[in-house]
Write a protein that binds this ligand. Structure first.
Ligand code: PLP
Length: 431
């Protein structure tokens, strides 16, 4: 395992940031946005007119030379910071020797190496585990549902209101964060039932009682901290009750750790904050620091599908695997602990802000997965935009929240800039 490689002195990551050289958006950004509008799918709801050109650590420089401090990490993806030298070197080295050879049809040692490393990270109570590598979080969700159906010979799945599990038709059937994600795309996959997030008792009290026999349920899928739904930490009894229900009825328990996993919450997996072991853990986003990769990690006794029953042309691509191995090295060499420490620093600072600003109604989270609650969506959106105008990148989530999910390499000086920016914005909005 390599030590955390320091970022080179004097590079972009070290330059004073935020630094605004033009009005926002600048002239080059405006031109890029106009060009994009001519050809790119209008389905993408861009949040503010940011046009990155290069990035390092927690600093993003746009096409006009403006520098932004990134508290988004490309939505919890750039876990080791932008272009960490160790990740870039691993990608460079791997891409010079083997770009692709379909891992579903032939053997790649780097694929097995990554599976071994992932298996070593899951809670010991999971026992022996096996891994399928895919390209995106959505694909991991789809594969996990297929696996649960295959293993149980049952059809139904229970998910939660507010959940985001992806946008392909199967994953979209589980997603219930915003109705516009689903509107116009039906019929979705039948046999999906939703319960209120955090209320596991609802499953037995209402779903099993009235609409869905437990013996028909293949899987319950939940996020350890609900991401897109508002960075919501569930009550302490939520996961233990889900586990008990699954044990009582032979149901597969899936922890969707696509946003919460890979060290973000100060433990390798967010489920480690609970006293519960799931049957399947899904990883994505931060797993390869920005290259497309995801993983289904399942108890060995569950992953019983046979040759040809599931596969992927690009899943477990060797370059993405190399980036993931370098990412895991960095996480294990200190970034998971760093996320926990900086998360505590953030929460303390944010609670102090909440004491001064009545508009900040709640601060919650674990590690560097932190949600700030406001009265309504318009307020959260206005804060998001005001931060961008001051050169700090944050993002809304849920009905009325801002999320902070910075790269795990963020330092306390940078965290203090994010806090000072929020302080200034909240003060300005109260005036
Ligand atoms: N699951 C969770 C918890 C997510 O947050 C996301 C994406 O935001 C997904 C699944 C889907 O991942 P992807 O966008 O990589 O397909």
């Amino acid at each position: 395992m390599s030590a955390v490689t320091p970022l080179p002195e004097g590079d972009l990551a070290q330059l004073p940031t935020p630094h605004l050289a033009t009005d926002l958006p600048g002239p080059r950004a405006k031109a890029a946005i106009a060009r994009d509008a001519m050809v790119a799918s209008p389905s993408m709801g861009r949040v503010y007119p940011l046009v990155p050109k290069r990035a390092a650590g927690c600093v993003i420089e746009d096409v006009d030379g403006n520098r932004f401090l990134d508290a988004n990490a490309g939505i919890a993806v750039n876990s080791t910071g932008h272009c960490h030298p160790a990740v870039v070197e691993a990608i460079r080295e791997q891409s010079a020797s083997l770009l692709h050879y379909c891992s579903s049809d032939w053997y790649l040692p780097i694929y097995a190496e990554l599976c071994e490393r992932l298996v070593a990270t899951v809670p010991a109570e999971m026992g022996a585990a096996k891994v399928f590598l895919a390209n995106s979080g959505t694909e991991a969700v789809e594969g996990a549902i297929k696996l649960a159906r295959y293993a149980t010979k049952r059809q139904n799945v229970i998910a939660f209101f507010g959940a985001f599990h992806g946008r392909s038709l199967g994953a979209l059937s589980l997603t219930a964060s915003k109705s516009k994600y689903r509107g116009g795309f039906g019929p979705l996959t039948p046999g999906v039932y939703h319960a209120p997030y955090g209320d596991a008792a609802y499953i037995e009290r209402l779903l099993f009682e009235h609409v869905c026999a437990p013996g028909d349920v293949a899987a319950i899928i939940a996020e350890p901290i609900q991401g897109e739904g508002g960075y919501i930490v569930p009550p302490a009894d939520f996961w233990p009750t889900l586990r008990r229900i699954c044990d009582d009825h032979g149901i597969v328990l899936i922890a969707d750790e696509i946003q919460s996993g890979m060290g973000r919450t100060g433990t390798f997996w967010a489920i480690e904050h609970e006293t519960v072991t799931p049957d399947i853990i899904l990883a994505g986003k931060g797993i390869a620091s920005g290259l497309p990769l995801s993983a289904i990690i399942a108890r060995e006794g569950l992953m019983t599908w046979g040759p040809g029953q599931h596969g992927s042309t690009f899943g477990g691509n060797p370059v993405a695997c190399a980036a993931a191995l370098a990412t895991i090295d960095l996480l294990e060499a200190g970034l998971v602990d760093a996320a926990r420490a900086l998360g505590d620093h953030f929460i303390t600072g944010l609670r102090a802000l909440a004491a001064r600003h009545a508009s900040l109604l709640d601060v919650r989270g674990r590690g560097l997965m932190i949600g700030l609650e406001f009265a309504d969506h318009d307020t959260a959106e206005a804060i998001e935009l005001a931060c961008y105008r001051r050169g700090v990148l944050v993002l809304t989530c849920g009905p009325s929240s801002i999320r902070l999910c910075p790269p795990l390499v963020m330092n306390t000086a940078q965290a203090d800039i994010v806090l000072a920016t929020l302080d200034a914005v909240l003060g300005e909005m109260a005036d």
